[in-house]
Design a protein around this ligand. Sequence first.
Ligand SMILES: NC(=O)c1ccc[n+]([C@@H]2O[C@H](COP(=O)([O-])OP(=O)(O)OC[C@H]3O[C@@H](n4cnc5c(N)ncnc54)[C@H](OP(=O)(O)O)[C@@H]3O)[C@@H](O)[C@H]2O)c1
Length: 212
Amino acid sequence: MEIVIIGGHGKIAMHLHRILKEKGHTVKGLIRKEEQADDLRKAGAEPVIADIEKEEDISKYVGEADAVVFAAGAGPGSGKERKWSVDRDGAIKLIEAAKKNGIDRYVMISAMGLETPRGDEVFQVYQQAKAQADEALRNSGLNYVIVKPGRLTNDDGNGKVKLAEKLDRGEIPREDVAQVIAAVLEDDSIENVEFDLLSGENDIEKALLEFV
Ligand SMILES: NC(=O)c1ccc[n+]([C@@H]2O[C@H](COP(=O)([O-])OP(=O)(O)OC[C@H]3O[C@@H](n4cnc5c(N)ncnc54)[C@H](OP(=O)(O)O)[C@@H]3O)[C@@H](O)[C@H]2O)c1
């Protein structure tokens, strides 16, 4: 499969490149900083330089693929404006690019608990931006999977997860989120679904099988 990952130097994305490459897939990562290109090559992905805030139409950078993954985010240090321009509008630009390029499958890295925004004003805007991006994807006509992890950690993954329509708060290593996304991409039967995702007791394949 050919997979394009937006936010290609993100921490989940960097795990995902390696995992997908090891499974024999071709991976392209969109990044906005030239100096990150070598990191992607080392992880097994082809880097493509494009700033999703500056470009209105990102279809030429996305190109052809079997699936796209939205792994970008303005990040914790950013203000309200970039929550809209990256977390919402970047994801919507990817929907438009996928449609234009005839790519049917879209995996969104979303977040748990968006329906009840909490925290300070900027965090609430982030949650609204993510919720609006998810809603745009649900209504896009694309075949979608919305993965909603809890708090992300940089711990090593152990391949054990819990996933369900709704879970109580918790956390999960970024590496395990990447493993779940890779498993989703490899299973065509997982379509038009969304789930909360935390560390748990089940192997990833088993957890996905029990959910869908
Ligand atoms: N933190 C949590 O606990 C949590 C929980 C649930 C869900 N999430 C979601 O999970 C997502 C992925 O997490 P992560 O930790 O892997 O993210 P991350 O390491 O913060 O990576 C986000 C990537 O997006 C890129 N990006 C930002 N603006 C861009 C632009 N204009 N054009 C192109 N790329 C741009 C960044 O690139 P630069 O290096 O150029 O800035 C960065 O590489 C988060 O963004 C968040 O929405 C987070």
